[in-house]
Design a protein around this ligand. Structure first.
Ligand code: APR
Ligand code: PHB
Length: 389
């Protein structure tokens, strides 16, 4: 097989890149190791920045998002029994976010790709990227090995993918931090108990109330690293969530049948550079943020928009300047999101064994946001998104 751009991975990054290239008249082939059902049901992110919404609309993937997505103008912070709402448009000159699950983004992009895009091969596992100057992707599909020859290859294969390994270790710098906790996430058939997301800092640990629709809630509970979802019974989860969302005004958390339960580990990770020869990395293949800041999918979108723009520029002008600047351009935005996600995570999660001094510091950071427009604006700007490169 031969194509202009070989794309490894059909998550949000790989699927959106295929669409952007198609719209620019550039052919690509997407190799995805799992089957379509897996990709379309894998519960992960749920918040789209305005920039992401705009890109999806321009790519023709906005029709259902505009119909079913939930525009949100703020979030609520909870701490020490208090409630503080952060008003995004008032603090950012009109920006907001949209609640629309990445499972739905992937379904919409897969439908477009199958309708009029290039080859999207499911259950096609990339085994290795060879010769990054004249890239070849060795892959296994339907029991046979194949080779995809391409002018460029973009690793959109997530944290556990293979593309990153093709960059020589001696040219690589990895920055990472793991956390002693993760998130136990549930989907529940019950109307969300609040009309916006609620981020709660509690002495027992962090909790987050989010949603998927007016009748489906998505909630998360900080748990120790290594926790298995099966360790928690349904009523135990609701009891703990209730404790952590408690407020002085007696706000109530509505319960309902839990339909899905899973644990997400917590990690900060950046792989530099994000390009080697004609191999480019995008999305979780290059960087991971703790989900507290809801940046993961939005960073992936920024990366592939940057790559597509750079390749179109190369095709139109012959200049590789934007391709040469790809890594630096993406990393400027990645590091801002890493900083924001780290700040949100360390402010809201109670580390086991935290000292009374550290507890007070967390409350002081939250008090600062509740009492300072400047501090509140920093959170609102980070949450609604940093400009694309
Ligand atoms: N060959 C082919 N496909 C692979 C391989 C491989 N060797 N390894 C991994 N994949 C596929 C995975 O099955 C997955 O579908 O690559 C895809 C990577 O998708 P994501 O992990 O979702 O990564 P990305 O597209 O960068 O999305 C980033 O979106 O899902 C949200 O918040 C989440 O931060 C994440 C963000
Ligand atoms: C989600 O709805 O899954 C979600 C929302 C906000 C976050 C993380 C996850 O910070």
């Amino acid at each position: 097989m031969r194509t202009t751009v070989g794309i490894i991975g059909a998550g949000p990054a790989g699927l959106l890149l295929a669409r952007l290239l198609h719209d620019a008249g550039i052919d690509s082939v997407v190799l995805e190791s799992r089957d379509r059902a897996y990709v379309e049901q894998r519960q992960r992110a749920g918040i789209l920045e305005q920039g992401t919404v705009d890109v999806l609309r321009a790519a023709g993937a906005g029709e259902r998002m505009d119909r079913e997505g939930l525009p949100h103008d703020g979030i609520e912070l909870r701490f020490a029994g208090r409630r503080h709402r952060v008003d995004f448009p008032a603090l950012t000159g009109g920006r907001s976010v949209t609640v629309y699950a990445q499972t739905e983004v992937c379904k919409d992009l897969i439908a477009l790709q199958l309708r009029d895009g290039g080859p999207l091969l499911f259950e096609a596992e990339a085994l290795a990227v060879e010769d990054t100057d004249s890239p070849r992707v060795r892959f296994r599909h339907e029991g046979a090995e194949g080779v995809l020859e391409c002018d460029y290859v973009v690793g959109c294969d997530g944290f556990w993918g293979v593309a990153r390994k093709a960059i020589p270790a001696e040219l690589t710098q990895v920055f990472e931090r793991t956390y002693p906790f993760g998130w136990l996430g549930i989907l529940a058939d019950v109307a969300p108990s609040h009309d916006e997301l609620v981020y709660a800092r509690h002495d027992r640990g962090f909790a987050l109330l989010s949603m998927r629709s007016p009748s489906v809630s998505r909630l998360y509970l900080q748990v120790p690293a290594g926790t298995e979802a099966e360790e928690w019974g349904d009523e135990e989860i609701w009891d703990e969530l209730e404790r952590r969302f408690e407020t002085a005004d007696g706000w109530r958390l509505e319960r309902g049948p839990i339909t899905q339960k899973s644990v997400t580990p917590m990690r900060s990770y950046v792989h530099e550079p994000m390009r080697h020869g004609r191999l480019f990395l995008a999305g979780d293949a290059a960087h991971i943020v703790p989900p507290t800041g809801a940046k993961g999918l939005n960073l992936a979108v920024g990366d592939v928009v940057t790559f597509a723009r750079a390749l179109v520029h190369r095709e139109e002008t012959g200049s590789a300047e934007l391709l040469d600047a790809y890594s630096a351009t993406c990393l400027r935005r990645v590091w801002q999101a890493e900083r924001f996600s780290y700040d949100m995570t360390t402010m809201l999660h109670r580390v086991p064994g935290a000292t009374p001094f550290e507890d007070r510091l967390q409350l002081a950071r939250l008090e600062r946001i509740a009492g300072s427009r400047a501090a509140e604006t920093d959170l609102a700007e980070g949450y609604t998104g940093f400009p694309f490169g």
